[in-house]
Write a protein that binds this ligand. Structure first.
Ligand code: B4P
Length: 192
């Protein structure tokens, strides 16, 4: 299965992607993790991405697409993948469809995790305390939520309009949210 996880910062994409990876036995590909690894390794790409990420902005489409193409052609996605953090704007959504069309691996489903803004802020404040991620500071979180509403929210309609969207309530325990996602993936039983 080729699954895209959508949702605002703090909606639980990374958290649920880890569970889905185990359940579906496919790789979890997170553009956030790929970018953080490049920053940590001090590569040229990481140097370009670092300041943008810390401010809560989006890294340039070209950089992220190049990095993603390299990852999707690594040879381990024959049974599918869980893509987390991409696409984040309409240009990325179109680029992803074009890339996966070329690879003959179109997206099967996009799962949108719905969580209200106050709870997102609470969760990210919790992670800021626990992990000290630079982009979980209150200013960066405000910026990330603005970027999400302006640039990423239209991506939900992109998948809705192409009949590939499932919306899931992302509020509740992590295992409860996971069960809701799994329920959207199960084939509908035939009646009669
Ligand atoms: P990401 O790494 O994608 O960060 P994120 O949106 O915060 O999601 P994450 O997966 O980490 O958090 P989650 O909701 O699981 O991106 C970071 C930055 O990288 C971006 O701002 C951007 O600069 C750059 N970037 C990444 N992709 C890009 C792209 N395509 N284009 C351009 N730039 C890109 O979890 C958050 C917290 O909530 C955790 O502490 C978790 O424990 C908690 N939580 C989760 N589920 C919960 C639940 N059910 N109940 C209680 N707490 C829960």
């Amino acid at each position: 299965m080729r699954l895209v996880l959508l949702g605002a910062p703090g909606s639980g994409k990374g958290t649920q992607a880890t569970r889905l990876r185990e359940h579906l036995q496919v790789p979890h590909i997170s553009t956030g993790d790929l970018l953080r690894a490049a920053v940590k390794a001090g590569t040229e790409l990481g140097r370009q991405a670092k300041a943008v990420m810390e401010s809560g902005g989006l890294v340039s489409d070209d950089i992220v697409l190049g990095m993603l193409e390299e990852r999707l052609t690594a040879g381990d996605t024959g049974n599918g993948f869980v893509l987390d953090g991409y696409p984040r704007n309409l240009a990325q959504a179109n680029a992803l469809d074009a890339l996966l069309g070329r690879l003959g691996q179109p997206v099967d489903i996009a799962v949108q995790l719905d969580v209200d803004t106050e709870l997102l802020i609470t969760r990210l404040a919790g992670r800021a305390q626990a992990e000290g991620r630079a982009d979980d500071s209150p200013e960066a979180v405000r910026h990330r939520l603005g970027v999400y509403n302006d640039a990423t929210a239209p991506v939900v309609d992109f998948y809705r309009n192409t009949g590939r969207l499932a919306c899931v309530d992302g509020v509740g325990g992590m295992d409860d949210v996971f069960l809701r996602i799994i329920a959207t993936l199960a084939p509908t039983p035939e009646i009669g």
